[in-house]
Design a binder for this molecule. Structure first.
Ligand code: SAM
Length: 222
């Protein structure tokens, strides 16, 4: 919808600033680059038109095909855990609306994002285009089975619930690289972070979350 490109309003702006202050900063996200990214990306452009009035609410929202756009705080917290710097290459599994990738794109060099539902590919691409973002590449495919040709990344984020720690993704990480993923059952997961230090994965835990399932050859079965 070309008419919607870069569209903001004083009401959305007010809600977005309140979201960053009350939902994100107040809960402890302190990385200034992440806070600025959350303020810069127009979240209302990433939710279905009929849900736009709720875009800045403190909750996930449905985006169709059984997928969701995550709660703003979770997007910010996971981005902070990635410890991004401006020259980082980032891999995302689970493009969904493209919002998480858009936030990351403001604090990194480029994002490669995989989505398994083909109907969501043009939606996320359109959302990113309408947001003026051109350093995110979206691919259709099973993010649990990515070809080696995509190279190495400084950070990997999984935005769907994995049954196990996704060790198959370690090989995509550079030395010092970070991986953040929700790991657990279908109804409840722990947010884990792996950092590659001296060639070895170091695991830390970051609280409980609830995501839609990671479905694929190394995820949950359909
Ligand atoms: N990051 C998204 C956003 O900002 O809107 C939210 C992601 S939504 C919670 C999870 C997404 O992961 C869904 O769109 C789902 O189709 C996708 N997904 C699940 N399993 C996948 C897989 N194996 N490969 C790629 N995408 C997958």
């Amino acid at each position: 919808m070309p008419g919607n490109s870069f569209c903001d309003s004083p009401d959305y702006q007010k809600k977005r600033i309140a979201m960053v202050k009350n939902q994100v900063e107040a809960r402890g996200v302190a990385d200034k680059n992440v806070l600025i990214a959350m303020a810069k990306v127009f979240r209302h452009l990433f939710v279905p038109e009929k849900l736009r009035e709720f875009a800045y609410d403190d909750r996930p929202l449905p985006i169709g095909m059984g997928a969701t756009i995550s709660q703003p705080y979770i997007v910010a917290f996971m981005t902070e855990l990635l410890e991004l710097s401006p020259y980082d290459r980032v891999l995302e599994i689970g493009t969904g609306s493209g919002y998480q990738a858009a936030v990351i794109s403001k604090t990194a060099l480029e994002v490669v994002s995989f989505e398994r539902i083909k109907e969501l590919i043009p939606v996320s691409q359109e959302n990113l285009k309408n947001s003026g973002i051109n350093n995110v590449r979206v691919f259709l495919g099973d993010g649990t089975n990515i070809p080696e040709k995509f190279g190495h990344f400084d950070a990997v984020i999984v935005t769907a619930a994995s049954p196990d720690i996704p060790e198959y993704l370690f090989e995509f990480l550079n030395e010092g690289g970070r991986l953040v993923a929700p790991v657990g059952s279908l109804s409840y997961q722990e947010l884990i972070k792996i950092k590659i230090e001296d060639g070895k994965p170091v695991l830390t835990h970051h609280g409980n979350v609830r995501f839609v399932p990671l479905i694929g050859c190394r995820g949950w079965k359909e």
